[in-house]
Design a protein around this ligand. Structure first.
Ligand code: RIB
Length: 339
């Protein structure tokens, strides 16, 4: 048979109803005779029949939700871990997650969002620091799809999971001040979004409260939000004279570690480096990276649970769930020693 065999074909060849085939293939056919069951299973194998997802849920009256997950870049460990959290709930709750990774390209993000709207998506998790709420609403207006925002800590509307970037910046500064550092640098990003602005604001405020000088014009460097970005910034960081650097995220910190090593600058003896996120790789770089922990996996779990609640209970309550950040001390930061 050239064309795809359907459940109807199997039913007609076996001389039984579609429901009978469906129940037998789903292991719920004990009430049918042994010969009927065997006939159906034989036809399935003979024609290599694979059930159609939509048809099966219609026949079995199963409520299987499909959710779209839009992340800026799934190859960034941060978003990979977030997606693992989403998948854990998806497995437990029989959800089908469709993951879209948009390479931090706002045009692609918009395109994917529109594609998801055109498909039978029951809900959406949107992690895009750049897409405005207006853009999202515009794309979703044609269908009333519930959505959850993630990594969008400063939106005033929309259900979301949230962490406190400002506090994260404060924690980083306090740690470096406690170690006695005097000259600081924030290695930020070229396309600065609100979460990074807040990290910087918290960092700067604590430095100033502790009598340290920090001039945003001189003490902030910008690079790409990637390991390569961190690597390329190493020379400028080395020339800045700073003894402590707070990076936009852990990826940037990792590139910086390699760049500094190639310049024979020792971390933490010559310069302390603190990152942001607490991705799993932090334990495996040299030196192990001190960072600000975001509960990334739990954020994935939390976002999916809120979304599921919105889908199942049809509630439009814009729930905001807050998750804590904390300092994780490892080996890339150390007390300041006057040379
Ligand atoms: O690459 C992940 C980083 O970008 C995280 O720090 C997250 O908050 C983000 O916007």
């Amino acid at each position: 048979m050239g064309k795809k065999v359907t459940i109807r074909d199997i039913a007609s060849m076996a001389g039984v109803s579609v429901t009978t085939v469906s129940q037998v293939l789903n292991g719920k056919g004990k009430r049918f005779s042994k010969s009927t069951r065997e006939k159906i299973l034989k036809l399935r194998d003979q024609y290599q029949y694979v059930p159609d997802f939509h048809a099966r849920s219609l026949i079995m009256k199963e409520n299987i939700n499909t959710i779209g997950v839009l992340v800026p870049n799934v190859s960034e460990p941060f978003f990979g871990t977030f997606v693992e959290g989403v998948q854990q709930v998806a497995r437990e709750e029989k959800l089908i997650p469709l993951i879209f990774s948009a390479n931090r390209d706002p045009k692609l993000e918009k395109e994917y969002l529109e594609q998801m709207v055109e498909r039978s998506i029951d809900g959406l998790i949107i992690a895009s620091a750049r897409m405005t709420t207006e853009m999202i609403n515009q794309a979703l207006i044609r269908r009333d799809i519930p959505y959850i925002l993630f990594d969008r800590n400063y939106d005033q509307e929309g259900a979301r999971v949230q962490t406190d970037d400002y506090h994260g910046g404060q924690l980083a500064a306090k740690h470096l001040v406690d170690l006695g550092h005097q000259k600081f640098l924030f290695l930020g990003v070229n396309n600065i979004t609100e979460n990074f602005k807040q990290r910087l604001a918290g960092f700067k405020d604590v430095l100033e409260e502790n009598g340290r000088q920090f001039d945003e014009d001189k003490d902030v460097l910008r690079t790409d939000l990637s390991r390569l970005g961190g690597y390329h910034a190493a020379k400028a960081v080395a020339q800045s004279g700073a003894t402590a650097v707070f990076t936009a995220n852990d990826d940037v910190a990792m590139g910086l570690l390699r760049g500094l090593r190639e310049l024979n600058i020792r971390v933490p003896e010559d310069i302390s480096v603190i990152g942001y996120d607490d991705i799993a790789l932090d334990e495996y770089v040299y030196p192990r990276l001190t960072t600000i922990h975001q509960p990334i996996f739990d954020l994935g779990i939390g976002a999916t649970k809120i979304l599921l609640d919105r889908i199942n209970n049809n509630n439009d309550h814009e729930k905001v769930e807050k998750f804590p950040v904390r300092l994780v001390k490892r080996e890339s930061t150390a007390p300041y020693h006057m040379v």
